[in-house]
Design a protein around this ligand. Structure first.
Ligand code: SIN
Length: 552
């Protein structure tokens, strides 16, 4: 079947929903999401959204903190644009009905939190459930807005591309043209052509490439993988951010202990109670996230301990319970009373600072294809994202993308829909052994965790490349042999993203920001002060996942 929509948005996190609300003023919007609409990283965000919101803060300070955290790779004009847009976008969220915490009940002044790398209090929050508050408010607004249709259980599989449909981009600055996406309807099992004038990739990050992650299960790098397969340029995938403090407990799957806990005085200690962060950085517990995660990794490797501890028990118990109700309750349910004892924590994969390369407007090198949120690499984060800058980036770039679409709306709406070939299943058959998928999935995640983690080595990177090769070949074969299932689609995506992360990490022969490699311990500005850009047309990787007959 073929369906048509003016704007096809892939993902229901903060960037997709924010863009949808604005784009609905221009044309018909369809949002597809692969599971339930609340299955997003936004919904799990605890800390909040960073913006200059008090007299004691300034744009220059926020810009300086972002640049310092980004280790030389941020694009200064992007940082300035995002920071200067911050207060207006936060106001829009307030107008939509997001209840950020205020200092007292009867004041409009926001209660601002602090996190690592920030030199001022600037995090607007809803205690430790900020993401849920934002997600709910946006979803409610979307439900009330005419012109928006939201389809759950619709998994985008691949992009519809002009070069495969005999249509060329309108300007030669673009390498191809996006015509929409192939979308798998999980209920019917059918893959439909969704034709769109503008396609927005905002399907989140790729934490599930790693064995331990704070991310929800949906974070399988779908947007990055689809874009790369379609010929989009992807950048800086070696910069994987590991959050320093994920709860360490056998029954807890991916529970984050917000950096705001350290912002309110929480201290990292080892098994013996020794406070170790000052050894690593004058910023101590509030050093930037790359430094803190590496310090914990070093401590754990040195001591052989399974975790370190985050202690906030010296603060008033009522304050802890009211400021961190979700963290308090969740830890309590695992038998840890954080008002009385330290919390066992370990670092876990948290955020992809790289992604699909965009300009200041969220546009990619493929005409009518935008990337927003964690899927994108806009130039804001550089080599290490400053805490709570991601929700900010999402709303600012959703607005930027809307502005450019609004400016070009006559051209966009006047362009006809184009037909693309239907999805071909070839000689595929039903997969009857899901273990073929789960085993590969598990192997990739373990390899990535053990070989491409917080501190890398060239030796391990080359080994993982070799070990991934036969697994990728097998997945490519499954893709040809079997009907697509959601698990197979996701496996193919994490496999490709893993390969791209490895390739990017091998490429960068220096340590910078989140990319630490033992053979090249120093930052080398002379040779490496630039993005790592990969694209299918460069043929830098000869992936077996990119055969000409992927799904014919
Ligand atoms: C946190 O609450 O620590 C996460 C905030 C972020 O990732 O920016």
């Amino acid at each position: 079947m073929a369906y048509s929509t003016d704007f096809l948005i892939i993902g229901t996190g903060i960037s997709g929903l924010s863009f949808a609300l604005k784009a609905a003023k221009i044309g018909k919007v369809t949002i597809v999401t692969k599971k339930a609409k609340v299955d997003t990283a936004t919904n799990l965000a605890q800390g909040g959204i960073a913006a200059v919101l008090s007299e004691e803060d300034s744009f220059d300070l926020h810009i300086m903190d972002t640049l310092r955290s980004g280790a030389g790779l941020c694009k200064e004009e992007v940082v300035r644009m995002v920071v200067e847009n911050g207060p207006d976008r936060v106001q829009e969220l307030l107008d939509i009905g997001v209840h950020f915490k205020t200092r007292t009940h009867d004041t409009p002044l926001l209660d601002l939190g602090r996190e690592g790398g920030h030199s001022a209090r600037r995090i607007a929050h809803a205690l430790d459930l900020t993401g849920r508050e934002i997600e709910n408010a946006l979803l409610q607004k979307v439900a009330e807005t005419p012109n928006i249709r939201l389809l759950e259980n619709h998994l985008a599989v691949d992009l519809l591309i002009g070069s495969k449909a005999g249509v060329k981009p309108s300007e030669n600055r673009f390498d191809d043209l996006c015509l929409g996406a192939y979308v798998l309807d999980r209920e019917s099992g059918k893959i439909d052509n969704w034709r769109a004038k503008v396609t927005i990739l905002c399907s989140g990050g790729c934490g599930k490439v790693y064995l331990y992650t704070t991310n929800p299960d949906i974070a399988t790098g779908d947007g990055i993988a689809m874009a790369y397969r379609a010929g989009a340029r992807v950048a800086n995938l070696e910069f994987v951010q590991f959050h320093p403090t994920c709860l360490y407990h056998p029954k807890a799957k991916n529970f984050l202990i917000s950096e705001a806990v350290r912002g309110e005085g929480g201290r990292l200690i080892d098994e013996k109670g020794f406070h170790f962060m000052e050894k690593y950085d004058p910023g101590g517990d509030l050093a930037t996230r790359d430094t803190v995660a590496r310090a914990i990794d070093t401590e754990m490797k040195g001591s052989g301990d399974d975790c370190v501890y985050l202690d906030i028990s010296h603060k008033d118990a009522d304050f802890i319970k009211s400021r961190f109700p979700n963290i308090y309750q969740t830890c309590f349910s695992y038998g840890i009373d954080i008002t009385k004892e330290p919390i066992p924590v370990v670092p876990a994969a948290h955020y992809m600072c790289g992604g699909v390369l965009t300009d200041m407007w969220g546009r990619t090198n493929i005409e009518n294809l935008f990337a927003l949120g964690e899927t994108a690499c806009t130039g804001l984060h550089g080599g290490n994202r400053l805490a709570s800058n991601s929700l900010l980036e999402a709303v600012v770039f959703a607005h930027q993308a809307y502005l450019v679409c609004d400016q070009e709306k006559d051209i966009i709406l006047g362009t006809p829909f184009h037909d693309s070939p239907e999805w071909s299943t070839g000689k595929a058959r039903m997969i009857n052994e899901n273990v073929l998928i789960t085993h590969n999935w598990d192997q990739i995640r373990r390899l990535m965790w053990n070989y491409v983690g917080i501190v890398r080595s060239e030796k391990r990177l080359n080994l993982v490349k070799k070990r991934l090769a036969p697994i990728l070949k097998e997945i490519a074969q499954h893709f040809r042999d079997y009907f697509l299932t959601p698990d197979l689609v996701e496996l193919r995506n994490i496999a490709l993203v893993a390969e791209l992360i490895v390739q990017s990490s091998i490429h960068r022969k220096e340590s910078r920001g989140l990319h630490a490699i033992t053979e090249y311990p120093a930052q080398d500005d002379k040779n490496w002060l630039h993005d790592t850009i990969l694209s299918r047309s460069d043929k830098t990787i000869q992936s077996s996942l990119l055969g000409p007959d992927e799904h014919e």
